[in-house]
Design a protein around this ligand. Structure first.
Ligand SMILES: [Fe+2]
Length: 369
């Protein structure tokens, strides 16, 4: 009998790949290879990197096999090759790229058949709880979100159905949620998949605070721009007295009720101050998330630097989180319309530089009480 855990993993790998390929389905090879922004990789790089990361972990490391293309992997190393350089790298393109994705996947499934126990008792920490497979799935989904960032710049692009749920009417409820002073559990509990930066699970003492039930909407942000002369969010264009949203080469009316998106940390911080509030810390966000509406519409900037938790241990490699710890990056929480739901969890930490806004980032305000 086939192992149901392995069947489930194979099914989820196939589903992730279907989603990835559906994103690029409307594009031609020139669009896949074009550099649209120095802040974003050409899509062909992301695709090759998805396959290469899979080959490195699931085929070479777990399956002990040689790579298909010698040391090609060095061009797909995200740390070695900054985004602005990726368009010029001798990476795989066109039919060769598609064949690489398929060939790696075939070998991945061969190795999956061979590997031992994937339960919580497995001896190899990479296999324990299926960690390495969960990491791969999350990686592919996270790169799809990065690809969707670039796809905002592709004229006439139509996102496939099922990517990004409609926001729906705003739910009724109080304006803000009060959280009393006290101890709160932070981070991923033991067992189950989480990245190293979400561990260890620990408690923090928080003072009483209030956090908005909803993220800041376009109407409020437009008032902020009018009153302060702040730069509008990315993809807003002035038309007469108002604004339109101009992504994917289309001009559409700005929905005043939707959460504002594509703002930088600096802009989010300035907005919160203008509104007489402040950004929440990431611990406050996590302590309050059960009561928050619209989590998963936009990534929400927090005031927190991306730092390690007490007892942090890099796993399985320091380049995922550890090299980014410090006061350079700010933490975002939640997830966006472009984030696959399987990646969202209360302890998930995203991070970026305070000036960046090509990501699907928005604002939720807090204040001391
Ligand atoms: Fe990656």
């Amino acid at each position: 009998m086939r192992d149901p855990t392995k069947d489930a993993i194979a099914g989820r790998l196939a589903e992730a790949r279907r989603r990835t390929l559906s994103l690029i389905e409307p594009l031609d090879e020139a669009q896949l290879n074009r550099v649209y922004s120095p802040l974003l990789s050409p899509l062909a790089w992301d695709l090759g990197h998805i396959a290469n990361f899979e080959e490195l972990w699931l085929v070479q490391t777990i399956g002990d096999r040689e790579p298909l293309h010698g040391d090609l992997g060095r061009f797909y190393d995200a740390i070695e090759n900054p985004r602005r350089t990726r368009g010029k790298l001798p990476i795989l393109r066109d039919a060769e790229l598609r064949a690489y994705l398929a060939d790696v996947r075939e070998r991945t499934l061969e190795v999956l058949d061979e590997v031992g126990d994937l339960g919580e008792e497995a001896e190899d920490p990479l296999l324990r709880g299926g960690f390495v497979y969960e990491m791969l799935l999350a990686h592919e989904h996270q790169h799809c979100e990065t690809m969707l960032q670039l796809l905002q710049m592709v004229d006439d692009y139509e996102a496939p159905t099922g990517v990004g749920a409609a926001a729906g009417p705003l739910p009724d409820g109080p304006e803000a949620i009060s959280v009393p002073a006290g101890e709160h559990a932070i981070g991923a509990p033991p067992g189950g998949f989480a990245y190293d930066n979400e561990r260890r699970h620990h408690t923090v003492e928080l003072s009483a605070f209030e956090i908005d039930r909803l993220p800041v909407d376009n109407a409020a942000y437009a008032r902020f721009v009018e009153e302060t002369g702040a730069a509008p969010p990315m993809y807003w264009e002035r038309v007469g007295d108002g604004w339109v949203r101009a992504a994917m080469g289309r001009r559409e009316p700005l929905d005043p009720d939707l959460p504002v998106i594509h703002v930088s940390w600096r802009e989010a911080d300035a907005f919160a101050r203008w509104a007489g509030r402040r950004l929440p810390t990431e611990q406050e966000w996590e302590a309050a998330h059960d009561g928050l509406d619209r989590v998963g519409a936009v990534w929400e900037w927090t005031s927190s630097d991306f730092l390690s938790y007490p007892g942090f241990e890099a796993f399985p490699y320091p380049e995922y989180s550890e090299v980014f710890f410090g006061d350079e990056y700010r933490v975002l929480r939640g997830g966006s319309w472009a984030t696959d739901p399987s990646v969202m969890r209360p302890s998930f930490r995203n991070w970026d530089l305070p000036q960046r806004r090509q990501i699907f980032s928005g604002i939720r305000c807090a204040r001391d009480t």
